[in-house]
Write a protein that binds this ligand. Structure first.
Ligand code: MCA
Ligand code: AMP
Length: 505
């Protein structure tokens, strides 16, 4: 029975004894070992009551086990819902409840904090640790190591990825098998990946970049992954000689450039460096070429769409641009108010359409209708323009979003918490330039009349509620927020005022 995503990424490697995953310590996993584990996981998920169309939420460390849960969900027709390992129990609670997940898998260190969440949401909690232990692994080990793949069509849902919203409420982007597969096939051929590649994989696998771009491409081609739990500069430098290619967020590349061990010699054998998830400064692009002789290939994507545009593999990779629409993907620049297509050279809203574009937001028809037009174009919230040669430049955002080290942070979520803290009249959260993360979070606070704010206490309130990467790096108290004549807070004025906070003089 066909299951296009499983057959293409996993099934085709059945029985192969080639090592496709290599850990930092040199241990390897073959396709055969991996797929046997996958089958056991699929059986156990069924045993826990999760079947086709159900959601399984997963907050586990990057590991072969985490990848096998993904594979098991695809094989069993279950919707895979990966969650950032930095999320707090409070954040996880929303995702489990909103998605109606039947099973929640977590690291055993988090089990006591997440058990009440699972109980409240009616989900079954099991543990799975990066070393292969945990209740889920132990019970799965008792299962058969082959599994009858559940039939699926391209239109069936394969994954939910939650993306925050400007209202502060996260939305579950529903991605189909066809969305993931079509994009993966396009990228394999566009970036010329083959089974002979070895990808230095230091990205997390709970987001599009590390999972549906990096991992899917390797699974599709049978390329090997040097599978690192996180971006550790020493380890990355150490393993670079074994790789042919690397994908990363701009912070990876600025950190590499900051180290004298990163040289032309170290990278001379490399085929390809790809950057995305956040803007790569033209300056970084130039420095990278001067140091290594390689031109980074920058591409542009979103959770809702996977990858939309890419600089060419052969041909000029133009700094400060995200290249051309990928084959099969249409991109247009429109007037935000009228929706009409603008002439080349004008700045407007970036809209995209293609087989890569998601199905909509889970149980949010109004939100879906606001962003996904009836004719299939998705309004990205990014502002861009095409240059005279057809390269797309992302020049800004029409949405209130901060991207820190490749992670998206929606100010509203933090503002809602700050506004609730004792003594605060109102707040504005902004992103300011940061040398390592590209942008970082700053909270601007106004106290209620006669109140003196206890900033330490305010920070503590945030700690329990929000993942660490969302915490403001600085809180600043001001007498009032700048507003325009309509009374709207002028965040641009605040960003201009505080733009040098983290930039060394
Ligand atoms: C970690 N910290 C951060 C971030 N990451 N703070 C702000 N922004 C971040 N991105 C905090 C930790 O909480 C900790 O705080 C301190 O920094 C050091 O933690 P550590 O784990 O050592 O951090 P790191 O390993 O240095 O991580 C930085 C990183 C990582 C390597 C840039 O954030 C990363 O791998 N980012 C990639 C994100 C990504 O994959 N995005 C793709 C989204 P403290 O010390 O105070 O406790 S998909 C997407 O956007 C679309 C589809 C696309 O186009 O790809
Ligand atoms: P996410 O919602 O996590 O999928 O993040 C998607 C957003 O990341 C896009 O809407 C852009 O704002 C941003 N993004 C991704 N790639 C790039 C890039 N190469 N240049 C600029 N922004 C990017």
């Amino acid at each position: 029975m066909p299951n296009p995503l499983y057959d293409t990424l996993f099934g085709r490697h059945q029985g192969k004894q080639t090592a496709f995953l290599q850990m930092a310590d040199g241990t390897v996993l073959t396709h055969d070992m991996f797929l046997r584990r996958t089958a056991q996981f699929a059986h156990h998920l069924n045993e826990l009551g999760a079947g086709p169309g159900d959601r399984v939420a997963v907050q586990i460390e990057k590991s072969p086990e985490a990848l096998a849960v993904y594979a098991a969900c695809v094989q069993a027709g279950i919707i895979f819902l990966p969650l950032n390992t930095a999320y707090t129990a409070e954040e996880i609670s929303y995702f489990v409840e909103n998605s109606g997940a039947r099973v929640l898998l977590c690291d055993s260190r988090k089990a006591s904090a997440l058990q009440p969440v699972a109980d409240r949401c009616g989900a079954i909690l099991e543990t799975l640790d990066a070393d292969g232990t945990g209740s889920f692994a132990a019970r799965a080990a008792l299962q058969a190591d082959s599994y009858k793949t559940v039939a699926r069509t391209s239109d069936d849902l394969a994954a939910f990825l939650y993306t925050s919203g400007t209202t502060g409420r996260s939305k579950g982007a529903m991605l189909t098998q066809g969305n993931l597969l079509s994009n993966c096939e396009t990228l394999v051929s566009f970036w010329q990946f083959t089974k002979d590649d070895t990808l230095l994989h230091a990205l997390p696998i709970f987001h599009t970049h590390g999972l549906f771009v990096a991992t899917n491409i390797c699974l599709h081609t049978g390329a090997k992954m040097l599978f690192l739990p996180k971006f550790d500069l020493d380890v990355v430098l150490d393993l670079m000689s074994q790789a042919t290619s690397m994908m990363g967020v701009p912070t990876f590349y600025t950190r590499l450039l900051g180290d004298p061990r990163f040289t032309r010699e170290l990278t001379s054998h490399m085929r390809l460096f790809i950057s995305g998830s956040a803007p790569l400064l033209a300056e970084t692009h130039v420095q990278f070429e001067q140091r290594t002789g390689h031109r980074i290939l920058e591409r542009y994507g979103m959770t809702e769409t996977n990858m939309n545009t890419s600089n060419p593999y052969d041909g000029e990779r133009r700094a400060g641009t995200v290249g051309f629409p990928l084959p099969g993907v249409e991109v247009k620049i429109t007037d935000s108010k009228t929706g009409k297509t603008l002439p080349q050279g004008e700045i407007g809203e970036v809209e995209v359409r293609g087989p890569n574009v998601f199905k909509g937001y889970w149980q949010m028809p109004e939100k879906t209708a606001e962003e996904l037009r009836e004719d299939g174009f998705f309004i990205t919230g990014d502002l861009g323009q095409f240059d005279k040669d057809g390269y797309l430049q992302i020049v800004g955002r029409n949405k209130d979003l901060i991207i820190s080290g490749g992670y998206n942070i929606y100010p509203k979520e933090i503002e809602l918490l700050l506004d609730d803290a004792p003594g605060i009249l109102e707040s504005a959260v902004i992103g300011v330039p940061h040398p390592d993360f590209g942008e970082t979070v700053v909270g601007i606070l106004v106290a209620k009349e006669g109140e003196v704010l206890d900033l330490e206490r305010i920070k503590e309130n945030i700690t329990g509620a929000l993942a660490r990467f969302k915490h403001p790096q600085k809180l600043i108290v001001v007498p009032e927020l700048p507003r325009n004549t309509m009374g709207k807070v002028q965040k641009k004025a605040l960003r201009d005022q505080y733009k040098d906070l983290f930039i060394p003089a």
